[in-house]
Design a protein around this ligand. Structure first.
Ligand SMILES: NC(=O)c1ccc[n+]([C@@H]2O[C@H](COP(=O)([O-])OP(=O)(O)OC[C@H]3O[C@@H](n4cnc5c(N)ncnc54)[C@H](OP(=O)(O)O)[C@@H]3O)[C@@H](O)[C@H]2O)c1
Length: 428
């Protein structure tokens, strides 16, 4: 029996170097918790010429085969990011009988069920706590602590970049471009922010959460997605006047024998707990039949918070190795449909610029009424006397996406309608 638990770190980058530092600082504590020391035996990088803090050059390689060739590597920690070659490396590590810990949401969202099956086949574990919500424990609570529940809904703020931008827009009245430039200046947004601002990153994380919560495989491209790029300062002003704020909400629900999954900017009442999750913080709210509502909140990114989740998984597996415990059986997924956006039901906010004439509202209300969409409120916020136009903000009661789309097509075609501006979901 080896005298230590051997680890390989694939990618000692931002998160990986945090893991290396935490392992070094906590060496005695982790050794005592596991009953055997943890030892980094190998690290995989692209550029072997660069010195790496806390890693002797002799263990750094750019050849993945060196990892598999070391019989004392028992846990492979994948922190490279992107789908390829991370997915192939995870698969090869599992097939060679190594346990794997990953923070890779893209791989877990696109190929999680296949990789978990490979892990089960080879009697090893694949853990991925850090793939959603950085330092917030949410995968483990869904897999273990909340298992006795029938989970009916998951509602989350799981992208720190967009939450930082939307908080800025709500608090300072800035427009989208200003909020993005500020987030980029502070390093919260990438030079190419597409994955964040279009909701792609959040759709990966929601797909993972839906799998765990509902035991249904949801592919990231089955998540209905609307980005934040069209939001303007006036949407936040109007939302505020109505008693709401706007968040990029990732929502999964079990409805009518299927799953509804969406990532979209959503008006949320200011007294709701999720409305108060500001800046780069993330939060995941889960509703179960036994537990009711629980809310997990914390830092969704950063080397230290993410290392906390990565190391929790490493320690869990290391304790299993020392205790010679078998991996728990995987939970069977159910075959349920993922409903298309046309079947989603929501309340809506819509901003419509119209000719400032008396009969306009009646005509819009008539179209909505024909589609069984009832108006909850209608406020005329701004008039432009020189252009002879007014801006109406209409909120509705629940309606399906199909009814809304049909009504919007007719409203756009009205001669008195200048423009239909943002149409946003409202939570609740
Ligand atoms: N950053 C966060 O706050 C955060 C939070 C939660 C989850 N995550 C996830 O954690 C993972 C890592 O993110 P990160 O921000 O730490 O990334 P990063 O700073 O870009 O680090 C990536 C590391 O992987 C190595 N690497 C990349 N491609 C490689 C390849 N083909 N072969 C060998 N090595 C390769 C890089 O090597 P070189 O050093 O030689 O370039 C680098 O060391 C991602 O899946 C990310 O989604 C990150």
């Amino acid at each position: 029996m080896p005298s230590s638990i051997g680890l390989a770190i694939l990618g000692p980058g931002n998160v990986g170097s945090g893991v290396v530092a935490a392992l070094r600082n906590g060496v005695a504590r982790y050794g005592a918790q596991v009953g055997r020391p943890l030892e980094i035996r190998r690290a995989l990088v692209r550029d072997v010429t660069r010195a790496r803090d806390g890693l002797d050059a002799s263990i750094v390689t750019s050849n993945f085969e060196d990892i598999l060739a070391d019989p004392d590597v028992q846990i492979v920690v994948e922190l490279m990011g992107a789908e390829h070659p991370a997915r192939e490396y995870i698969e090869a590590a599992l097939a060679s009988g190594r346990h794997v810990v990953t923070a890779n949401k893209e791989v877990m969202a696109k190929a999680g069920s296949e990789l978990l099956a490979i892990a089960a086949k080879h009697n090893v574990r694949l853990l991925y706590e850090a793939s959603v919500g950085g330092g917030i424990p949410v995968i483990s609570p869904l897999s273990r602590d909340l298992l006795a529940n029938d989970i009916t809904a998951v509602t989350a703020i799981i992208n720190g970049t967009t939450n930082y931008m939307l908080t800025g827009m709500a608090q300072s009245g800035t427009d989208y471009d200003v909020a993005l430039a500020e987030a980029q200046r502070l390093g919260y947004a990438e030079p190419d922010p597409t994955a964040d601002v279009e909701g792609i990153d959040a759709s990966y994380k929601l797909a993972i959460l839906c799998g765990l919560a509902f035991h249904v495989a949801v592919a990231p491209d089955e998540v209905a997605r609307q980005g934040i790029t069209k939001l303007g300062a006036k949407d936040f002003r109007y939302a505020e006047a109505l008693g709401y704020t706007i968040k990029l909400l990732a929502t999964g629900r079990l409805v009518d024998g299927g799953v509804v999954a969406s990532v979209q900017p959503t008006l949320i009442a200011k007294d709701e707990p999720l409305a108060k999750v500001d800046g780069v913080l993330n939060a995941v709210q889960i509703e179960g039949d036994l537990v009711g509502r629980v809310l997990f909140q914390g830092r969704g990114a950063g080397a230290n918070p993410t290392s906390s989740s990565v190391l929790a998984d490493v320690l869990d597996i290391a304790r299993d190795i020392v205790g010679e415990r078998r991996p728990p059986e995987a939970i069977e997924y159910r075959k349920l449909p993922v409903h298309p956006p046309a079947m989603h039901s929501s309340r809506y906010y819509m901003r419509v610029t119209v000719s400032d004439q008396p009969s306009v509202l009646a005509r819009i209300a008539g179209i909505l009424g024909e589609r069984e969409i009832s108006i909850a409120s209608c406020i005329q916020f701004e008039t432009d006397d020189s252009a002879g136009t007014a801006e109406l903000v209409i909120t509705t009661h629940h309606a399906t996406g199909a009814a809304l789309d049909a009504a919007l097509a007719e409203i756009r075609a009205l001669d008195v309608v200048v423009e239909v501006g943002n149409v946003l979901a409202m939570a609740g």
